[in-house]
Design a protein around this ligand. Structure first.
Ligand code: 8YV
Length: 338
């Protein structure tokens, strides 16, 4: 308990964390703040989140919590900060939060490299049939080497089209160049000439035209109202039949049903997906295709490293502490940034 200037005892602000975080992060949060943890890690219901919004001064949600306008309307008078444990803020109605006078922060920068690593892993997995191959020996099905068996597609020399050339897109480009891919990108704003030059990246103003000419597409833009179903059925149809598509951003950016239909019909050759439109449920068509080896599906784990989660926690702590100390937190998110 700290003392107020008027001599009365001032209540320490309550920080409610919606999911289990790494131990070191939780320990530090408990040292610094009056913190209520979720040790069971069970996702909170909308009713439980509403209770938390009423009771807390600060809420620390994750991607699995839908902090929509309805919930924000129920925020208590003390509620001032939503410090998201995550980079993407599409789980939060940032505009409604701002209108209510709530500050929103996120954890940018610290999951860039891990997410880019997994993007390349998925490109390789799909093109070189990694998941299918890895299943053969454990299943006792290997009958020996054959010159025409398990053939995938060469990566080197192919064209990679990156949709979204922010931090993660650029980290993907750096890795992809080392694999001999030529780098193409579409972004709502063209990146600087210096960045283009250093990445040897070709800008496509028209997403449609880029899609039609690529061998591999990687989705690396945030999910916003403007990018919802950016890869619509119409746009997916522009891909060449041998193309593969990888998504480590958000499921909502691709029309998942259309993608599944086209994969099934052989109109796109393969997909590597770490994110889905209705997590944790996944289109049964995609699940079936995963069994046949056409697609590799991962359970939203691109940023899942011990180091990354601790870094994310540290970012949350800095944002909360800075805010509670009366300053502007470093990772403030404004609707204009989305
Ligand atoms: C995180 C992510 O695991 O940060 C993001 O935007 O998509 C993930 O990699 C998740 O958001 C944690 O809340």
């Amino acid at each position: 308990m700290s003392s107020g200037t008027n001599g009365m005892t001032k209540k320490k602000p309550l920080v409610i964390v919606t999911r289990k975080l790494p131990d070191v992060v939780e320990t530090r949060m408990c040292e610094l703040f009056n913190t209520r943890l979720n040790l069971s890690d069970k996702p909170m219901s909308q009713a439980e989140l509403a209770d938390a919004m009423r009771a807390a001064d600060v809420l620390v949600p994750t991607v699995t919590d839908r902090i929509d306008a309805g919930l924000i309307a129920q925020a208590g008078d003390n509620m001032k900060l939503i410090a998201n444990f995550g980079n993407g803020v599409d789980n939060i109605d940032v505009t409604a939060a701002l209108r209510r006078g709530l500050t929103v922060t996120n954890t940018p920068g610290v999951l860039t490299e891990d997410t880019a690593d997994m993007t390349l892993a998925l490109i390789l997995a799909v093109a070189r049939r990694l998941a299918e191959g890895a299943a053969v020996i454990p299943a006792g099905e290997w009958e020996g080497w054959s010159p025409t068996w398990m053939l995938g597609r060469r990566i080197t020399g192919k064209r990679l089209g990156i949709v979204g050339m922010g931090r993660i897109g650029q980290a993907v480009a750096r890795r992809a160049a080392a694999f001999g891919l030529s780098i193409h990108y579409h972004n709502r704003r063209r990146v600087s000439a210096a960045v283009e030059e250093s990445l040897q990246a070709t800008y496509w103003e028209s997403l449609d035209q880029m899609l039609a000419r690529m061998d591999i597409i990687s989705v690396n833009c945030p999910h916003t109202p403007a990018t919802y179903h950016l890869l619509s059925a119409r746009r997916l149809k522009m891909l060449q039949p041998h193309a593969i598509i990888v998504n480590t951003a958000r499921g909502e950016i691709i029309d998942e049903n259309a993608l599944a239909r086209m994969l099934e019909a052989g109109e796109i050759s393969g997909a590597g997906l770490d994110v889905f439109e209705h997590e944790p449920s996944v289109s049964p068509k995609l699940v079936k295709l995963a069994k046949s080896g056409k697609v590799t599906l991962l359970p939203h784990m691109s940023s899942a490293t011990h180091e990354g989660r601790i870094d994310m926690g540290e970012k949350v702590i800095v944002n909360v502490k800075t805010f509670l100390d009366g300053h502007r937190p470093p990772d403030r998110v404004l609707p204009s940034m989305l």
